[in-house]
Ligand binder design. Structure first.
Ligand code: AMP
Length: 193
């Protein structure tokens, strides 16, 4: 199964993508993690991405799409994966569709984690104490939420129109959310088996 996990910053995408990846037997691919790895290694891509990440802006599509194309081209992602944090723009949706179409494949489902804005900000500020992320400050978080609402939320709605969306309440304990996410995915895995 090829899954996307979407939702605003702080919704818990990274936390739950790992369990989903085990469920579908494919890699968890987080574009945020891939970028942070480049930043840490001070590669050319990392130096470029860093400026956007610390300002809470999206890294340009051409750069992001190339990185994802490269990652999805590896053998471990041939049949199943969980993409976390991609696509985030209309161009990225089109790139992903074309990339999968060329393999005779498509996105099977999109898990959307929903959490109220105030809780998102509170969670990220708590996380900032341990994450060391340059973009986990209150101003940058509020900007990231606005960018998400403007650029990415409409894409989630479009996946809904394609009949692919599994909306999951992302509030409550981590175990509660994990059970809801796994239940939603298991239901469609059963339906498509
Ligand atoms: P995340 O870890 O998913 O919250 O991503 C952290 C940051 O990495 C984002 O705020 C963006 O600056 C950048 N980023 C991650 N994924 C993408 C993407 N698909 N398109 C553009 N920028 C991205």
């Amino acid at each position: 199964m090829r899954l996307l996990i979407m939702g605003p910053p702080g919704a818990g995408k990274g936390t739950h993508a790992g369990a989903l990846a085990a469920l579908v037997d494919g890699p968890h691919i987080s574009t945020g993690d891939l970028f942070r790895d480049h930043v840490g290694r001070r590669t050319e891509l990392g130096r470029l991405a860093e400026k956007y990440i610390s300002a809470g802006e999206y890294v340009p599509d051409a750069v992001t799409d190339d990185m994802v194309r490269d990652r999805l081209g590896r053998p471990d992602a041939a049949r199943a994966f969980v993409l976390d944090g991609y696509p985030r723009t209309g161009t990225q949706v089109a790139t992903l569709d074309a990339l999968l179409d060329a393999r005779g494949a498509a996105v099977d489902a999109v898990v959307e984690l929903t959490v109220p804005d105030d809780e998102l900000v509170a969670r990220i500020l708590r996380r900032s104490a341990v994450s060391g992320r340059s973009d986990d400050t209150e101003d940058v978080v509020r900007h990231r939420l606005a960018v998400y609402a403007d650029q990415t939320a409409p894409l989630v709605r479009a996946y809904g129109e394609r009949g692919l969306l599994l909306r999951v309440d992302g509030t409550g304990t981590m175990d509660d959310v994990r059970r809801r996410v796994e239940g939603a995915v298991a239901a469609i895995a059963g339906a498509t088996a």
